[in-house]
Unconditional design. Structure first.
Length: 180
């Protein structure tokens, strides 16, 4: 995998492992990340759905947030590339909060299989992949560079609430999910 072309430099924290078990909470702590409460849906939809013999979780689009305030605008106009990368990271943290709320334990995650980042873009902004790297980098820091997901970064004209980006993902679980 050639990541040299990306605008984000891959620097993963040393993963804390016990045997074959990686503690996601320890990785988050090492990164200085405290998960927020998962946001309530902004419409009539489920934030996450478990399916495929209870081994896959599909997350609806997650938005970025900073200091409890949503950041608005389009990349290449009101929002810079660097701000977009920070917001992609923020959206990924919010996605992890939704997974925590849904599963009750992030250590149930085997891998993030697919990540899609929609980037509200000015007509002459073409760096959607570099924006999405902000979220991908966080996943690399948590799960290791060898476990980054397949990914699409899609430029769009507008997103709900005038958000600059929205991230959705598909997650594989280590074992079937059983709701208690």
């Amino acid at each position: 995998m050639n990541l040299r072309r990306s605008a984000v430099i891959i620097i993963s924290v040393e993963r804390k492992e016990r045997g074959n078990f990686m503690d996601i909470y320890q990785s988050l702590k090492d990164l200085g990340i405290v998960l927020p409460e998962a946001s309530a849906p902004a419409g009539l939809y489920a934030p996450a759905r478990v399916f495929a013999e209870e081994r896959l979780v599909y997350l609806s689009g997650c938005l970025p947030a900073r200091d409890d305030k949503l950041v608005l605008g389009k990349l290449g106009r009101e929002v810079t590339l660097e701000q977009g990368q920070e917001m992609a990271r923020s959206a990924m943290i919010n996605a992890l909060a939704v997974l925590q709320q849904t599963l009750g334990d992030l250590n149930m995650i085997e891998s993030v299989v697919k990540l899609t980042t929609y980037v509200a873009s000015a007509d002459d902004f073409y760096e959607q992949p570099q924006v999405a790297n902000g979220g991908s980098q966080l996943l690399a820091d948590i799960f290791g560079i060898e476990n980054v997901p397949a990914r699409s970064a899609v430029g769009v004209n507008v997103l709900p609430l005038n958000m600059p980006l929205e991230t959705e993902m598909l997650v594989e679980l280590k074992q079937p999910y059983v709701e208690l």
